[in-house]
Design a protein around this ligand. Structure first.
Ligand code: GLC
Length: 536
């Protein structure tokens, strides 16, 4: 009875009727139970207006709430973001990842979703989202949105129904036990929460984030309908949250279970049925296996090696040289993101040392992978001095020297500690700024197919000197990064004898020739980068 009702997946308007027919409702809840949209969504691909290579460009991770406020309420919104698209185009990015834009219970980062088929009202409307897509596409920029399949908000109507009674047809959409299971420890906490009605539900992250039961085909089918809802609107793909947590098989089998890979493989195929979409997964524990299932995954762990290499740690330089010898070339690389477990803002990790900062940026932008720049990283935004934890990393974008660049009202959160010096207005005017360094490297990457799409070869570390090559077609880029504080000379062998390599970076560099044995000597000043290109 229950399953038959679920399979029918009644349209939203008919849901209350269907609930009654299925014997749901009542129980511990006095009022009528809330409804939500469970209507089936068939694939209807509007196509992709983006250039064929948009997925091999650089992405920006955007926290809409903190990016740009268009209406003076102190909270960033979609219209604000749309107004800044020229800035993002000029930075050179070809994709945006928006942290959750759906309505949420947490009212901040957005990962406790209360409605999967609309826009958070304080961010705007679906019409505003459509306009953002149009405007981004017109600039050759794709838009990828965060999708949380693992859990909903406790206030999501599906969970309100599910917790109402064990006879409710939505009961099996979440994970219930009649008594508290023992022996569980997920991220240092007990994931079983007392519903107050004699039952316990599973929520890996928070008692207000109940995990969906993804062993229930109806739940998976509904998520697929939600995904098609967004894909049919023209969204260019998804960042999938917490894919290591999707399915639980026991107290010592709750992370990266075999079913998780199957689920993400299905999602990759669903999105792959649409033109030129992109899927990237978040699994801090198992990034490389999920890169295969999802198509791409964030390169957790690698960011710390890059940052330590930038500090001159020779073991980290070794690790950076070796990473892409085995990791898939499509790993989504990043220096930091919105989660403090992934590290503080890059500026804070490097104590504001701009020479080291540039080396970390150059490593991420010149190695393989799809680099994701966390908003404000390109101007060296620090965390807020008065805050700790995740909020510290999620401050209003420093458009100018004060909060007035972000909002005409009162910002929802303290601004970054270094807003007076590290802001867009100041750096646009300075040719030697960090912002212009990022722009130069992104533009270099875009101009050389070997850097944006090429293979990885001859990665090697010698102390604080890193060399590697990138190859695409007849183009070979030789990259040398000197993390050390003294000038050095890199020796790169195995190249054609007596051949000129054209200087590509820095603009002031000169062409260099290999010797009669096919070896290139590349002098590199302290804490700097050189890129030379061989074309056959
Ligand atoms: C991921 C997100 C994080 C969120 C959590 C639960 O780790 O990056 O911000 O709180 O999942 O959704």
């Amino acid at each position: 009875m229950k399953l038959r009702c679920l399979r029918a997946r009644p349209a939203a308007a008919l849901l209350l009727l269907a609930l009654a027919a299925c014997g749901g409702g009542g129980g511990g809840n006095d009022g009528p139970l809330p409804t939500f949209d469970t209507s089936a969504v068939a694939a209807a691909d509007p196509g992709s207006p983006l250039p064929a290579d948009w997925r091999s460009g650089v992405f920006a991770e955007i926290f809409v709430r903190a990016y740009k406020d268009s209406d003076g309420d102190g909270i960033g919104d979609l219209r604000g973001l749309t107004a800044q698209l020229d800035y993002l185009r000029d930075l050179g990015v070809s994709g945006l990842w928006l942290m959750p834009v759906m309505p949420s219970q947490d009212g901040d980062h957005g990962y406790a979703v209360t409605d999967y088929r609309t826009i958070e009202p304080r961010y705007g409307s679906l019409a505003d989202f459509d306009e953002l897509l149009r405007q981004a596409h017109a600039r050759g920029i794709g838009v990828v949105i965060d999708y949380v399949m693992n859990h909903s908000a406790a206030q999501h109507p599906a969970f309100v129904n599910s917790r109402d009674s064990s006879a409710n047809p939505w009961r099996d959409w979440y994970v219930w036990q009649p008594s508290k299971p023992g022996g569980w420890n997920v991220f240092g906490a007990d994931p079983w929460h007392n519903a107050g009605n004699g039952y316990y539900y599973y929520g890996a992250f928070w008692d207000q984030m109940p995990d969906f039961n993804l062993k229930n085909a109806a739940v998976v089918g509904w998520h697929h309908d939600n995904l098609r809802f967004w894909l049919n609107r023209g969204v260019d793909g998804f960042r999938f949250d917490a894919v290591g947590n999707l399915v639980e098989n026991g107290p010592s089998a709750w992370e990266s279970q075999p079913q998780n890979y199957v689920l993400m493989d299905q999602v990759r195929q669903l999105a792959g049925g649409y033109a030129q979409r992109y899927v990237v997964c978040e699994s801090p524990a198992n990034p490389i296996p999920f890169a295969t299932a999802c198509g791409a995954a964030f390169a957790f762990g690698h960011q710390f090696d890059v940052i330590n290499a930038a500090k001159g740690d020779t073991a980290a330089v070794q690790a950076v040289a070796g990473y892409f010898a085995t990791a898939p070339l499509g790993m989504a690389t990043f220096a930091s993101n919105h989660d403090s477990f992934a590290g503080q803002r890059l500026w804070d990790q490097l104590g504001g040392d701009q020479a080291r900062y540039r080396m970390a940026a150059a490593t991420t932008l010149l190695q393989p992978g799809t680099p994701f720049i966390y908003y404000g990283e390109e101007i060296g935004m620090a965390g807020a001095a008065s805050l700790t934890g995740d909020p510290k990393l999620r401050t209003p974008m420093s458009w100018s020297g004060t909060a007035a660049g972000f909002t005409s009202g009162t910002p929802f959160r303290a601004v970054s500690a270094n807003i007076a010096t590290q802001n867009v207005a100041a750096q646009q005017a300075d040719p030697n700024s960090l912002l212009n360094y990022y722009k130069a490297l992104i533009s270099l990457r875009r101009s050389l197919p070997s850097l944006s799409q090429g293979s990885y070869a001859a990665g090697s570390a010698a102390g604080t000197l890193l060399t590697f090559q990138r190859v695409a077609g007849g183009e070979r880029s030789v990259v040398v990064i000197n993390y050390g504080t003294a000038p050095a000379t890199a020796t790169v062998g195995g190249l054609p004898a007596g051949t000129v390599l054209a200087n590509a970076f820095p603009p002031s560099g000169t062409d260099l020739s290999t010797d009669a044995g096919g070896t290139l000597s590349v002098p590199v000043p302290a804490q700097s980068v050189r890129v030379l290109v061989l074309r056959s």
